[in-house]
Design a protein around this ligand. Structure first.
Ligand code: SF4
Ligand code: FES
Length: 375
């Protein structure tokens, strides 16, 4: 695949997604991390991460999303948060919240943490344990959320929904209210990484999706003054695709645990692209000039129907990685789009998977054979 020679991209990224580690106490079967996870020995050092933050701030980044895996497994997280605060980067901790003591949370708040985003796998304790592969997880998450609010930090609950927990969506809303969350993100699973490997186990029915749309609409009407609810629909049932990552190399820059810099989680699944590392190149060069980031900027690479579609400036043709995964062509219109000639086949595939008995979960594990547990 040839890179298209271009002028350097002028706009800065808004957000840096810092994937500090792939280590995690949970094993969610819909994890967006790659199937080949990075081992601890290959993670970036504290020194390099602090330099990356300096470079990101100089580049114009405003928000820092501290993610993983589980970012609190990094013992240098306080130092990273403190540097973000010194550089006036808004820091958001994305955590599973199962192994974080009140003392640790206080230390992070003291270091300057601005916001916490907590994943909740299910509102049913057994379901929460089964999906995350971790015993006693819900009680720990609830205690963690209360500690976040007691410190006066803003809280977002992140509910990833699928066929196994969608029928409890109303209770997710109730939990968010009870925990005084500012925001609830109801996100249908996006099928990349481990989620793609577990697609048949997770795919909801069309009826479940329709019901979730109604529940979110009613909750927004009823609680709109207290709780902001974001909603992400499943691609396979969409009419138009999402503007994935707000467009390739347009708004978000992701640094993986080993230092590779990516436009999105799944970018390495696209063959022929060489993603530079922060160990070898300045972040500014990677963002503005690297061939991998330039590859799907602008509109010249597009095929029909995207090329002449008025929505191309809204969704940028959807997701390049999904076009690669499902069609073997990263330049194709995302088949989540109803205008794609492949859309009907993708929709039929989703309906067939949702109508079949779910296969066992393939749990996400670091350096262990994937375990099969009945779903
Ligand atoms: Fe978006 Fe392309 Fe579909 Fe138009 S044809 S809506 S640009 S994905
Ligand atoms: Fe890579 Fe959508 S996940 S462009």
């Amino acid at each position: 695949m040839n890179a298209i020679p271009r002028e350097p991209w002028r706009e800065p990224p808004i957000g840096l997604l810092a994937e500090l580690t792939h280590r995690c106490p949970l094993a969610c079967p819909y994890c967006s991390n790659p199937l080949e996870l990075t081992a601890r020995e290959r993670e970036l050092s504290t020194e390099v991460w602090l330099r990356v933050l300096e470079e990101a701030a100089a580049l114009g980044v405003l928000q820092l999303h501290l993610s993983g895996g589980e970012p609190t497994l990094r013992t240098d997280l306080e130092a990273i948060v403190a540097r973000a605060r010194a550089l006036e980067l808004y820091s958001n901790l994305i955590t599973a919240g199962v192994g974080v003591s009140e003392r640790r949370l206080e230390a992070l708040a003291k270091a300057g943490l601005d916001h916490v985003q907590l994943s909740v796998q299910d509102v049913d304790p057994e379901g929460c344990d089964r999906i995350g592969g971790f015993k006693g997880s819900l009680a720990r998450k609830v205690a963690f959320a209360r500690a976040v609010r007691a410190l006066g930090l803003p809280l977002t609950l992140n509910a990833v929904v699928h066929r196994h927990n969608l029928d409890r969506l109303e209770r997710f809303v109730e939990l968010a209210l009870e925990l005084e969350a500012d925001r609830l993100e109801v996100a249908h699973v996006q099928y990349y990484g481990w989620a793609l490997a577990n697609r048949a186990a997770l795919m909801p029915t069309r009826a479940q999706l329709d019901r979730s749309v109604e529940i979110v609409k009613a909750a927004r009407e009823r609680y709109g003054d207290r709780l902001l609810i974001d909603f992400v629909v499943p691609d396979y049932y969409a009419t138009h695709p999402k503007p994935c990552a707000s467009g390739w190399g347009r708004a978000v820059i992701l640094v993986a645990p080993d230092g590779r810099v990516l436009p999105c989680h799944a970018a390495p699944t696209i063959p022929g692209l060489d993603f530079p590392s922060v160990k070898d190149r300045p972040l500014a060069w990677i963002w503005h000039e690297s061939p991998a980031f330039q590859r799907f900027r602008g509109f010249e690479w597009m095929q029909e129907p995207c090329r002449s579609c008025p929505r191309r400036e809204i969704d940028f043709g959807g997701c390049r990685c999904q076009a690669m995964q499902l069609l073997g062509d990263p330049e194709a219109t995302d088949p989540a789009c109803s205008l794609s000639p492949h859309h009907a086949r993708i929709r039929a595939l989703a309906e067939a998977e949702a109508a079949s008995a779910p296969p066992p979960f393939r749990y996400r594990r670091l350096a262990e054979p994937a375990a099969a547990v009945p779903a």
